[in-house]
Ligand binder design. Structure first.
Ligand SMILES: Nc1ncnc2c1ncn2[C@@H]1O[C@H](COP(=O)(O)OP(=O)(O)O)[C@@H](O)[C@H]1O
Ligand SMILES: [Mg+2]
Length: 402
């Protein structure tokens, strides 16, 4: 990849941060999505935009650096004095807000907001089954991220919202969240229970008891009796919210596909992560959302571009050879000789990792027009504004490697 291409990419990401209203950061678990989302938001805020980053599972130190000490579903403003204290300048009206997604509380809010009658909302919220399944249903977290997004984008409080996505095995889960949520509610066991409840109403309970007598009595013994009654009541009550959920799902989908939104895929150079990214790239195209670029995070790199990767190893050897010759008497010292050998071996294995990473990146991007940005493996975790700013620097003005 040439430095020239990277520079163009830098401008493109800067443009996205300046112009878009919604940026979605996705990728498989552990690759750096949350950190990247925060870094992008931090960069846009410094450029003068009012930005909210919706994080899903920030590492504790990052969360506290952003002023998120508790999960309260409320956006919190990151104090501008914190930026100043870390030597960072915020242009114009720039503001950084951050929040953590609280799945359960968002679900409660959805029920309160969309239940056609307040009594129905209370009925669902107080239901034993709801309390048990509300954060355990497959896709709930992804779906609630969508719901939260829907609410946040409805008013114009923020110029830009950067959304981190849940740490799902397949990044695709997030895109399909509304459908998956609907499918869970409308299929399989749930449909049997729910559908049954719809069809036969109160007599359903006795029907269920008759037809699954053994299981029922076992369940009732375990749960203390009212499980099936609660279940039927829950799905019956939920039925009335169904249309609302479907409508909002469609609206969220439209928003994700609109030109206000840009997706970024974060990956690591590890083959497993690359493989998932490959799969995701195929799916993202099919889904019809716009990919702003691929961010390859935690890349082993040898130099900042002044020496090509393949040239770095011989060059290092040359330097060490020189050292060996000029410091001949010192090198006779066995300890120094051992040290130089170890240094060379470490250098060699790092060089192998660096060229492996470049090879992986080339494979991922071959035949793709997607923009690629590389972020090096930092020597420590990224847990403060300065660290985010450093990461953002690689995204906005990427250096060329190798
Ligand atoms: N380029 C990097 N160099 C070093 N550490 C990193 C880098 N990017 C992320 N990290 C660290 O990796 C860990 C996981 O990152 P995180 O953003 O929480 O991943 P994800 O949200 O994809 O699960 C965090 O401790 C973070 O500080
Ligand atoms: Mg995360």
């Amino acid at each position: 990849m040439s430095g020239q291409t990277n520079t163009t990419q830098g401008n493109q990401i800067a443009r996205a941060l300046a112009e878009r209203r919604l940026i979605v950061v996705c990728g498989s678990g552990g690759v750096g999505k949350t950190t990247t989302s925060a870094a992008l938001a931090c960069a846009a805020a410094q450029q003068g935009r009012k930005v909210l980053v919706l994080t899903i599972d920030p590492a504790r130190r990052l969360a506290s650096a952003l002023g998120l000490s508790e999960l309260d579903n409320e956006p919190r403003k990151v104090s501008s004095s914190l930026f100043r204290a870390q030597g960072l300048v915020m242009k114009g009206k720039g503001e950084l807000w951050a929040m953590m997604l609280d799945t359960k509380r968002t679900f409660d809010d959805v029920i309160r907001r969309y239940a056609p009658r307040p009594e129905l909302a209370e009925q669902i919220l107080g239901n034993l089954i709801y309390q048990q399944v509300s954060d355990a249903l497959a896709g709930t977290q992804e779906y609630m991220a969508m719901e939260q997004l829907y609410e946040l984008t409805r008013d114009d409080k923020y110029d830009l919202i950067v959304v981190d996505t849940p740490p799902t095995q397949h990044a695709l889960d997030f895109l399909d969240a509304p459908e998956r949520m609907m499918n869970v509610l409308d299929s399989g066991v749930v449909k049997l229970v729910w559908g049954g409840a719809r069809k036969v109403g109160k007599s359903y309970l006795s029907w269920l008891r008759r037809s699954t007598k053994v299981v029922a009595s076992l369940f009732e013994r375990i749960t203390g009796g009212e499980l099936f009654g609660d279940m039927a009541e829950f799905f019956q009550a939920f039925d009335e919210l169904y249309a609302g959920i479907r409508d909002r799902s469609n609206e969220v989908k439209q928003m994700l596909k609109s030109d206000q939104t840009l997706f970024f895929l974060v990956t690591s150079p590890a083959p497993s992560s690359m493989q998932e990214s490959q799969y995701f790239l195929g799916k993202i195209a099919g889904y019809g959302v716009t990919l702003g670029g691929i961010i390859v995070n935690r890349v082993h790199r040898l130099t900042d571009g002044t020496v090509p990767v393949e040239g770095a190893l011989p060059e290092a050897k040359l330097i060490i050879d020189c050292l060996v010759k000029t410091q001949d008497s010192m090198v006779k010292d066995l300890r120094l000789k051992t040290l130089i050998d170890e240094l060379l071996a470490a250098w060699q294995s790092y060089a192998a990792m660096a060229s492996h990473d470049q090879h992986q990146i080339e494979r991922l991007t071959a035949g793709h027009s997607a923009q690629v940005m590389q972020v090096p493996y930092f020597d420590s975790d990224i847990h403060d504004l300065q660290g985010l700013n450093r990461l953002g620097g690689y995204l906005l003005t990427p250096k060329s490697y190798g």
